[in-house]
Design a protein around this ligand. Structure first.
Ligand code: UD1
Length: 429
């Protein structure tokens, strides 16, 4: 299994282009299930989760064509299966997103329960409850969620989400697009990726309004048509590079980004002492001359501070001046990176969903293991500033969600490379 080898070194400097957002691209590709006509999605990032989504759609009978610029044309005119198998769902929880579209268009769907997850139990009860409110009968059998509409169309409904759920909102929005009547989703997720999906659905002929607010109204239509849609930039990839520049004392410019989608992150970077400027589609960051100042963080749904940037800011605090608390309110078990950072010399105490971090100025290298997508990004960044050579194992997590991370970091001067697992075992033997 490949590993990343990072050598702590100088500041990151230069420019980097931000790829399309993983969390937007996945539901967008899956929305192709709602139409018999061709959906073209461009600015698709080169990621393992995209390959998994293509495999899943392929198994359902969707014909996919990828061009050399990574635009994908999806033709779901001849769907041959409505079953999302465990083998795929277990590697990517977002597979649950096929449940709404399949049930809405074909009246039946079977999707494996996602099972355990490294960052908490992550149930899908809200997806199920919403579809039941729209008239689907749902049974859980042999580890599968089986939805059936008894040959009827789904019916518009008023749905209150007890908890704000991003994929829950997306799943129900897609289902409601083809339902009979009007659906209102209250306490909806306001993430930019939800808006991107609503924009694409509307381009396909849906009638969705209010995306980006906590109440989304969907007037169901009988059928959806074709569309050509470009995926929004990945705000989490952007935020990750900005933290990399901040902690390495660097100065970078990122392009193809929507700065207003990163407000909460940019605020915290300014508070830590970085100079941040932005324009239409770019952000420049210059780290402070002296040390970074620690910043308190509390994660919450958009527009508050994203849980997907929590690990990177735990790292920033680990080397900053002062003591900070980081409170994780979205997922119950999302601090696995803390134990790895402690092995690199960080002074962090965990108490439930709160990490208290005393800045120690610098870290030293250690062999570390990635445990989930964002934790692994934090460890890669830690390797870039730690003294010595850090080996990061289990990097398949990072390949799920970061497009060419080592190439992009190397382009800004980072000393990082991918090595086959056996190469390192031979070296250490
Ligand atoms: C999405 C993102 C993920 C991000 C997360 C929170 C995608 C593909 N993934 O994940 O990167 O970290 O939003 O911003 O877009 N919950 C329930 N019942 C449900 C659904 C969710 O209790 O039916 C809980 C979850 O356990 C969690 C919270 O709600 O505690 C938020 O989860 P949710 O927004 O659904 O996360 P995802 O959509 O899976």
């Amino acid at each position: 299994m490949d590993k990343l080898l990072a050598t702590g070194g100088g500041p990151l400097k230069g420019r980097v282009r931000i790829s399309g957002a993983k969390n937007a691209a996945l539901p967008l590709l899956i929305s192709s299930l709602l139409t018999e006509e061709t959906l073209r999605i461009s600015n698709i990032p080169h990621l393992h989760d995209i390959t998994t989504t293509m495999e899943l759609l392929g198994q359902l009978g969707v014909k996919l064509q990828v061009d050399e610029k990574l635009a994908i044309e999806a033709d779901a005119s001849e769907v041959s299966s409505v079953i999302a198998p465990y083998e795929l769902v277990k590697t990517m929880r977002a597979s649950i997103l096929v449940l709404g579209p399949l049930t809405a268009r074909f009246g039946h769907a079977e999707v494996s329960l996602p099972g355990g997850c490294a960052i908490g139990s992550r149930p899908v009860n809200l997806h199920i409850k919403g579809l039941e409110a729209m008239g689907a009968e749902i049974k859980i059998e042999n580890g599968y969620i089986k939805a059936d509409t008894g040959g009827e169309r789904l019916k518009g409904a008023r749905i209150f989400m007890d908890l704000i759920s991003v994929t829950g909102t997306e799943n129900l929005m897609m289902a409601a697009a083809l339902a009979d009547g009007t659906t209102v989703i209250e306490n909806a997720a306001r993430e930019p990726e939800v808006i991107d999906l609503a924009d694409c659905l509307n381009a396909m002929g849906a009638k969705v309004s209010g995306a980006g607010s906590d109440e989304i109204i969907i007037e169901g239509v009988e059928r959806l048509g074709s569309a050509d849609h470009r995926v929004i930039p990945d705000r989490i990839e952007a935020g990750t590079f900005l933290v990399a520049a901040a902690i390495s004392g660097g100065e970078i410019e990122i392009h193809d980004v929507i700065p207003r989608q990163l407000e909460s992150v940019l605020d915290k970077l300014r508070e830590s002492g970085c100079a941040v400027e932005s324009g239409d589609n770019w952000i420049k960051l210059r780290a402070p001359e002296g040390t970074l100042k620690s910043v308190n963080i509390r994660t919450a749904p958009y527009p508050a501070f994203p849980t997907d940037m929590q690990a990177q800011f735990v790292l920033l605090n680990a080397i900053a001046e002062g003591t900070a608390t980081v409170v994780e309110t979205v997922f119950e078990n999302r601090f696995m990176h803390v134990h790895e950072l402690q092995r690199m010399g960080a002074d962090i105490e965990l108490d439930g969903n709160t990490a208290v971090i005393k800045g120690v100025g610098g870290l030293h290298s250690a062999p570390v293991m990635a445990t989930d997508l964002r934790a692994s990004a934090c460890l890669v960044l830690a390797g870039l500033i730690a003294e010595g050579e850090t080996i990061i194992d289990r990097i398949y997590h990072i390949d799920r969600g970061y497009d060419c991370i080592e190439e992009k970091l190397a382009q800004m001067g980072a000393m990082i490379r991918r090595v086959p697992g056996h190469y390192l075992s031979r070296q250490s033997a």
